[in-house]
Every structure is written in C-alpha cells, then in structure tokens.
Write a protein that binds this ligand. Structure first.
Ligand SMILES: *Cc1c(COP(=O)(O)O)cnc(C)c1O
Length: 396
C-alpha cells in the first residue's frame, strides 16, 4: 500500500478495515489511493446527506473559517442562533442545544428527561427503550441501546433503561411504573436493520405517554434531516414528541448534533449542560447550509420520488434473484436477502472492477442503502446493475 511508510497500527484497532485508503470524495463517489472509484451507498453511514464535499459545505466552511471559528459556548454567535431559529421554525420544538455527535445529543436527552422527572415526577428516572434500538456508544447510550451483548461488555450498565418491543404497545404499557419518566425510540431503527415504527404504534405511544404524563423522545440521528422524505420522521405519523435528537445528516459530514425540546420540557439550569465545542460557529454555519438545501422547494419531493424508484428497483432485483423483498422509509432502505450472504456481497461489491460499489450489511441477511439524498436516478440504476452482477456471482 502506498501508505505503508506510515504504520496503520498507530491507529487503535476497533474494526477490521479493508486495505485501502480513501483519498477523495465527490457526490456519490469515493476514490481510493490507487485511483479506483467507488459508488458509495454508505455516505459515511447516512451522514453525507448532500453527498461527499458538496459546494455549499465547502463555501460555508471557507467563509466562516475566515470570520469566526470558536468564541466559546459561553457567548452567543450568529450561526448558532440562526440554525436554532431555522430548526425551531421548521419543527414542533422550541429550544435547541447543539452537540458534536449523536451519542452526546442522546446523553443530553437522557439528562433532560431525568431532570424533568426530578422537577415534575418525584424523581422518576426510568426511560423505556427498545430491543434492537441503537442510541450511541457512551455508557448511558449503550445502556439505552438494545443491541445483543451490549448489556454485559462494559458492565455494569447505567441503570434505568427497561426494554420493550418495537410496534408492540402492550410491551411498553407493561413496563410503565411510577419511576418511568420517558419512552425513547428511533422512528426507524437504523442499525437494528431498517425497521420502521408503524404510524399506529407512534400514535399509540403518544397517547400512552400523554395518559401517564411521561415524555416521548425520538432519536432522529439517522431518520431526521430529510432521510425518510419528510424533514423529520415523526411528521410521517402526525405526532408531536417532547424531545428530539439529530446528528448525522444535520452536519452533512462534519460533526454536528442537536437536542431539541418543547418549551415546557426545557428545564436545564446553568451548570447542568454544556461542552467546549458545542454550537461553535464553524460547524453550525455548515448546519445552516445543509438545512437550507433540504428546505429548497422541491427537494424533499425529489427524495420521495427517488425513494419510490429505489424501492421498486430493489423489489425487482429481489424477484429476479429469489430474495425476501425490501423495506424502509425514504432513502433509508434494506434488501432482505433470505440467507446470510450480506458480508460476502459487501466484499465482492467493493472489489469489483473497474469501479467498486460500497454497501453495508447491518445484519448478515440484510443490505442497507443510505445514499446521498440528492442521488441521481442514473446512480440508482448503476447501483442496481452492479448489485445484480454481484448477486449473480454470489448466488451461483
Ligand atoms: C448513529 C446513531 C447514533 C450515534 O451517533 P454518533 O454520532 O455516532 O454518536 C445514535 N442514534 C442513532 C439512531 C444512530 O443512527
């Protein structure tokens, strides 16, 4: 490898990585150190909602870096105020706290709910979360997650996260006690394998949480920012949650996250919450550019059109190769393989020539698709064509 003059083992080993170094990205395409190009259906794990290095992010970074990078979170800055105003104007929420990652935003949501419980519910602190849910990799967010094995690897867990089953309202109701302060879920479970919460379930959850005076928290780190074809996935089921978290898409590739809540829930007092980099103008300026692009007339309608096109094409592929169909919301979709060939498909697709294809298999019997929201129809056709070739080889 051209990069062998450096020791790759200077990096801590946390995941097996292919013997490649990616050197450039543009739109739906990545280029490696050998000059080979890849059609990228990962996009940094649903992060690059406008593709790799879009012009509007380049411009925002250059302009803001020449003006003001970080005055400290103890002072107001113009981009943070503008982005918070845009987010509240385009959602059901009133207040925003900016963070740097999805896990950090979710930690903030957990803290906010517990604080609200101290003030309003006699110290109730339990947050009901879901089997197969994913909320991040800090101790509390791992404890909130329902990933198999995560309850023991860094034991003891942070306590107070009983697990219910997605789309099973009785399983939630059963867990509610006088210690319960909130229910927290992803409107579409992403890492769990692209499993949408049904509209009926979201509505039943809202009714149940209202009845018991507990909070509804949506983790829209993956499902928010246009990914499902609406600006936020909660809109699809016509409910208004009390708290929402955002990350991934909101930064379009740079580290930005947000914790949003209704006015009645905004109960932090000075000293409760903060962070050195939170709401810095360099990164919130990018958030403004990204959100304005998503709010352009016709943008979300085009996400819906492309998701319908992708869904149909995946279904056709499924029929052609005897697979188990597809599911998802908007441009967060999964192809059900029917057998554990996912990892092999990922490998073969990446190694194809002359151009490769980058795919993700969150479970061995599933492929997940997270293209840029401005992916073209031609780039969908090309992916389907390439995946067809891979399936032909793998299913032989
Ligand atoms: C990715 C993800 C997170 C964690 O976000 P990080 O920025 O990696 O900390 C949390 N929740 C959901 C739903 C996610 O998809």
């Amino acid at each position: 490898m051209e990069y062998s003059q450096y020791n790759v083992n200077a990096l801590m080993y946390i995941t097996p990585r292919p013997e490649l170094v990616f050197t450039e990205g543009s739109g739906m395409w990545l280029t490696d150190n050998n000059g080979k190009r890849y059609l990228d259906y990962l996009q940094g794990w649903a992060v690059n909602c406008l593709g790799h290095s879009p012009q509007c992010i380049q411009d925002a970074l250059i302009k803001q870096s020449k003006t003001l990078i970080n005055p400290s979170p103890a002072f107001y800055n113009a981009p943070a105020i503008e982005l918070a105003s845009l987010l509240t104007a385009n959602s059901c929420f009133d207040r925003v706290f900016f963070a740097n990652s999805g896990a950090e935003a979710n930690e903030g949501a957990i803290k906010l709910a517990r604080k609200w419980g101290q003030k309003n519910k006699n110290g109730a602190f339990e947050i009901i979360t879901f089997d197969h849910g994913f909320h991040g990799r800090t101790l509390a967010t791992m404890s909130a997650s329902g990933k198999p094995g995560w309850d023991t690897i860094f034991a003891p867990q942070v306590s107070g996260f009983p697990k219910a089953d997605l789309n099973d309202i009785a399983s939630v109701e059963k867990l509610i006690t006088d210690k319960t302060v909130a229910v927290m879920l992803e409107p579409v479970q992403g890492e769990g394998g692209v499993l949408p919460a049904s509209r009926e379930f979201m509505q039943a959850l809202r009714a149940l949480t209202k009845k018991h005076n507990i909070l509804l928290i949506v983790d829209e780190v993956q499902s928010g920012m246009g990914r499902t074809g609406s600006l936020f996935a909660y809109e699809n089921s016509n409910v208004e949650p009390d708290i929402m978290t955002l990350a991934k898409g909101i930064g379009g590739g740079v580290p930005l996250a947000a914790l949003l809540c209704k006015e009645e829930v905004a109960c932090f007092v000075p000293g409760d919450q903060g962070g050195t980099y939170n709401g810095n103008p360099l990164i919130t300026a990018v958030g403004i550019a990204v959100l304005k692009a998503l709010l352009e007339p016709g943008f979300l309608a085009s996400v819906q059109e492309k998701s319908a096109y992708l869904s149909k094409a995946l279904l056709k592929l499924s029929e052609q190769f005897g697979l188990q169909g597809e599911r998802g919301e908007g441009l967060l979709r999964a192809l059900k393989l029917g057998s554990d060939i996912g990892p092999q498909i990922v490998e073969v697709a990446r190694n194809m020539g002359p151009v490769g294809l980058l795919l993700n298999s969150p479970r061995p019997d599933l492929l997940r698709f997270m293209p840029a929201l401005n992916v073209s129809i031609a780039e969908i056709d090309q992916m389907i064509d390439m995946l067809g070739q891979v399936l032909q080889q793998v299913k032989k």
